[in-house]
Design a protein around this ligand. Structure first.
Ligand code: ZN
Length: 191
């Protein structure tokens, strides 16, 4: 039987229960029964939280407040773009605050939020919804294990609840989309 790791370090799959609050309001919560599983050292979680977890053991609990730069980044008031309304399917149904996925000419997909609806265009905010926010986390480490080879290759954890069909990785697309140019092999898909 392989011994299990004691302290969190790069290349381990870590399960955490946590509560995230922003400005005193709960934004997300994962329980010990249904924890977040992530691959440590691969930027799957915000940098300040990943740094705080390094060296922790199963059962460790802590609270931490992260500055925006250690969370989802500072809010960038230049990170806006205007697109034609007719470029968006259901463009007439969007509202301020609607989240859209926008693809650029190279096929990179970005998440954006509708910030203004103008006559023929939409003004989109490309900042993460939590950009510029301080993040208050209460965290408990519930499990640590070694990643398998496939997880290390993919750069993310394969949760037990995530079956193969739901695991969208670049290499899974190879057969279907041979003429598509996936030039972002180093980018991990968010899920
Ligand atoms: Zn994968």
């Amino acid at each position: 039987m392989q011994t299990e790791p004691q302290n969190i370090s790069d290349g381990m799959v870590v399960s955490i229960a946590y509560v995230l609050r922003v400005d005193g309001e709960e934004v997300s919560r994962m329980t010990a029964g249904e924890p977040l599983e992530y691959l440590h050292g691969y930027q799957e979680i915000v940098p300040g939280l990943e740094a705080a977890l390094t060296g922790k053991k199963v059962g460790d609990k802590f609270s931490i407040t992260l500055a925006p730069a250690d969370g989802y980044g500072d809010y960038d008031s230049e990170n806006f773009d205007e697109i034609p309304r007719d470029a968006v399917p259901f463009g007439d149904d969007v509202e301020i605050g609607t989240d859209l996925e926008v693809e650029d000419e190279e096929g990179n997909v970005y998440l954006a939020t509708v910030s203004e609806i103008r006559e023929a265009t939409l003004l989109l905010d490309f900042n993460h919804p939590l950009a510029g926010k301080s993040l208050d986390y209460d965290v408990e480490v519930t499990d640590i294990r070694y990643a398998d080879e496939e997880e290390l290759e993919h750069g993310h954890a394969h949760g037990y609840f995530l079956d193969d069909e739901l695991d969208f990785d670049d290499d899974d697309f190879d057969d279907d989309d041979e003429d598509e140019d996936f030039d972002d092999e180093d980018e991990k898909p968010s899920r």
